[in-house]
Ligand binder design. Structure first.
Ligand code: TXA
Ligand code: MG
Length: 315
């Protein structure tokens, strides 16, 4: 098991020695390494058992600093950066040569974001390199939203877990780029499309290219618990699966289940997003045979939640 604490100094010391540190962000915990050091970055792929065709997000502390790593930030994307950084937004931008090819899996664009978490922003300001950090989970499994989640699965692979408490947003960042003159969304996430469209107008949703190897977060099966997750009418499915765990939203419309978890008793989509990955983990650890769940309303963060549920239900 890794040591867990709130020391920026300990975290930065390990990172400077090319070791891995788990960092808190508002979305999910990241498994961080010096993004400018290919050897350190290789350690991230190894620890996660992640295929090297799956590029990493680079984290930095400000819009200004981001310019050190990218050739330019085109106008509509700069507007988004100014509006939402620090926050759950990742931008795909033309990389400068100092960003190693391993970070981008050989692509010309690097994914970059400024996370909204006080501890991690302080850490990023205290070091002179950015941090490459995918979600701190084994490849394909549910993302971690607490230090304990990280410790359980990758505890023996990280030097230190920087404890920033539970993640407030709870679902990964929204990934955005520009093609021709269009703003494109490649992954639904913690920043709702409605918010983005208020700033840049209509966007092109390019989120379903499941065979695109450049973005495995878009793979059909991802974010998946060990147990089978079955989507659809819970009441009906409980007749078929007697020993089931149920994840639900708002009112309870079924009698009893082996275990259950209410994502948000008041039907608040933000609260549901923050609880989603904990719910999946908790139900996965129960003694039930399967997990049952219904899709949430397809609006605001509900779209990102449904995206994760659909991918998590594919085996
Ligand atoms: O909220 C988040 O984004 C979290 C926290 C830790 O920042 N990170 C995260 O990283 O979710 P990860 O590696 O689990 O997901 C990153 C996604 C992957 O689907 C990857 O394929 C895509 O971003 N991605 C990264 N760099 C890319 C690039 N250069 N071009 C296209 N897609 C990219
Ligand atoms: Mg991930």
């Amino acid at each position: 098991m890794a040591s867990i604490g709130k020391s920026i100094e300990t975290a930065s010391d390990f990172l400077k020695k090319a070791q891995l540190v788990a960092i808190p962000t508002e979305t999910v915990y990241g498994l961080a390494a010096n993004a400018l050091d290919s050897t350190a970055v290789a350690g991230v792929f190894e620890a996660k058992n992640r295929p090297v065709f799956d590029p990493l997000i680079v984290h930095t502390h400000s819009v200004l600093k981001a310019h050190d790593y990218v050739k330019s930030i085109p106008e509509p994307l700069l507007k988004l950066a100014n509006a939402f950084w620090p926050g759950p937004l990742t931008l795909l931008l033309e990389k400068k040569a100092l960003v190693p090819d391993l970070v981008t899996s050989g692509l010309d664009r690097v994914a970059i974001r400024v996370p909204n978490h006080a501890l991690t922003l302080e850490l990023l300001r205290s070091i002179d390199f950015p941090l490459a950090a995918p979600s701190a989970n084994p490849f394909g499994y549910v993302s971690p939203t607490t230090p304990e989640h990280v410790n359980k699965q990758l505890g023996d692979k990280v030097a230190y877990i920087l404890d920033g408490g539970p993640c407030e947003v709870g679902i990964e960042s929204t990934i955005i780029g520009k093609e021709e003159n269009e703003v494109c969304v490649y992954r639904l996430g913690g920043l709702a499309i409605e918010e983005i469209e208020k700033i840049v107008g209509k966007v092109n949703l390019k989120i379903n290219s499941s065979s695109n190897p450049a973005a495995p977060g878009q793979l059909k099966s991802h974010y998946a618990p060990m147990k089978q997750l079955i989507l659809g009418d819970v009441k009906e499915n409980l007749k078929l699966y007697k020993n089931a765990a149920v994840i639900y939203f708002g009112e309870k419309n079924f009698e009893s289940a082996h275990a259950d978890y209410n994502l948000s008793p008041t039907k608040n989509l933000k609260e549901a997003a923050a609880n989603l990955f904990s719910a999946l983990r908790m139900m996965d650890e129960s003694k039930a045979d399967v997990i049952l769940c219904e899709l949430l309303p397809e609006e605001g963060l509900g779209r990102a939640i449904n995206d994760r549920l659909k991918r998590a239900s594919v085996k």
